[in-house]
Design a protein. Structure first.
Length: 406
């Protein structure tokens, strides 16, 4: 592959960011439509929430499927297949005849849409030098972070003006645009590798190989538990901000956007700090600050009745420090792989989604009329991330892993 020009590199980063944004758009845009969907299918909100659960399941499992395919057939073909499946599933969601069909099709939508996350992580590792990958991941988070800032507002407008079905048609249109961008503008980064086997035992062996890698596991878990804290915030914030704090749905959108800006600001501050500090140094300090802000957030949950700002201020700092960790953790988790990059990227994404989903389930399971079910898992995730980083310490000098399976 020829070296990219500055213009091509900028567009590639934008395209990869758009591919990773498929998942948050598919989640956040349809959240305001839950009551409308429940009314349309004459069911309750709890049943509608299963469509979100199955979408998460599709993302988690799908990433494990795409990893070996991306290694075997190159980056572009599996990416196009996944986007095509996502587009069809999005249209299917819009015309679902009943709630059970919608739940099942959302599973397929997750299976298709997750390819963008796997491919983007893999292509970053393919194209950019090791010392630049953390900066690129920070830029991807900046692009991807636009989704949770604008998607709930857009979803609310769409459902009130055109109905909930229109949301899924918009998602289908978005994926069609991405499909043609990939066809015409994504360079062939890495071609097919016929030496890679797709036998189930070989694929399983690759994932076991990746999971046993101490360097990978350390940074993957650090980033995953940090993102799990963010997942808990997304799951619990509507109840806390609207029900407990008394903000209107419109005000909630503003609060959500302001808090999201904290996460994005953290990711970009981290990108600037890379000119003076290593990724390890940034994670070391940020993980401590994250754990401290997490326990301050938990303590402030008891002061919510005094003023909501006792809670919102430590929440903002939590999200700021959370933005510093994942880009650097992802870069360090993948940087020493010279083979099986797709499998490593897929397993990284699987861990992030699995741990995040489990933490989010805890928010709902321990639901009480308090901010504690949201704050406690966030604090615990931050503390585990800190423990993993220091507990699974490895030599600073990373040895290049050239072992190839398959």
């Amino acid at each position: 592959m020829k070296e990219l020009t500055k213009k091509q590199e900028t567009f590639l980063i934008f395209l990869l960011g758009a591919l990773t944004a498929i998942a948050p758009f598919s989640i956040d845009m349809y959240l305001p439509s839950f009551p409308a969907i429940a009314e349309y299918f004459k069911t309750d909100i709890a049943k509608v929430e299963l469509s979100l659960t199955f979408y998460f399941a599709g993302i988690a499992v799908g990433q494990l499927l795409y990893g070996p395919l991306i290694d075997r057939f190159g980056r572009k073909k599996p990416l196009l297949i996944g986007i095509f499946l996502y587009a069809l599933a999005s249209i299917g969601c819009s015309f679902a005849p009943d709630i059970d069909s919608l739940i099942a099709i959302r599973l397929l939508q997750g299976l298709g849409g997750c390819v963008g996350m796997v491919a983007a992580n893999t292509i970053v590792r393919d194209v950019f030098p090791v010392e630049k990958t953390a900066k690129v991941f920070s830029l991807l988070i900046l692009i991807m972070g636009v989704a949770p800032m604008v998607a709930p507002t857009l979803g609310g407008i769409f459902v009130s003006s055109f109905g909930w079905q229109f949301i899924f048609l918009v998602l289908a249109l978005f994926s069609v645009i991405l499909f043609f961008w990939v066809v015409f503008f994504l360079p062939v980064v890495v071609g097919p590798d016929t030496s890679i086997s797709l036998k189930p035992n070989v694929i399983l062996g690759k994932y076991i190989f990746v999971a046993k890698d101490r360097i990978f596991l350390r940074y993957a878990l650090v980033g995953s538990f940090t993102l799990a804290g963010l997942f808990c915030y997304v799951a619990g914030s509507p109840f806390v901000v609207i029900h407990l704090m008394g903000f209107s749905p419109g005000q909630f959108g503003v609060v959500f956007a302001v808090n999201t800006s904290g996460f994005l600001l953290g990711s970009q501050v981290g990108r600037m700090l890379l000119s003076r500090y290593t990724s390890d140094e940034i994670i070391s300090v940020a993980s401590i600050c994250l754990a401290v802000s997490g326990f301050l957030l938990l303590g402030s949950a008891f002061l919510l009745e005094v003023s909501p700002y006792f809670y919102l201020v430590p929440l903002y700092f939590f999200l700021f420090f959370a933005g510093l960790v994942p880009p650097n953790a992802n870069a360090l988790a993948l940087q020493h792989f010279t083979s099986n990059v797709g499998s490593a990227s897929a397993f990284l994404g699987f861990l992030q989604m699995f741990i995040g989903s489990a933490a989010t389930a805890g928010v709902g399971y321990f639901h009480v009329d308090s901010a504690i079910p949201m704050a406690a898992p966030m604090a615990v995730c931050a503390f585990i991330s800190l423990l993993v980083y220091h507990g699974l310490g490895v030599k600073k000098k990373l040895e290049v892993n050239v072992k190839a399976l398959g």
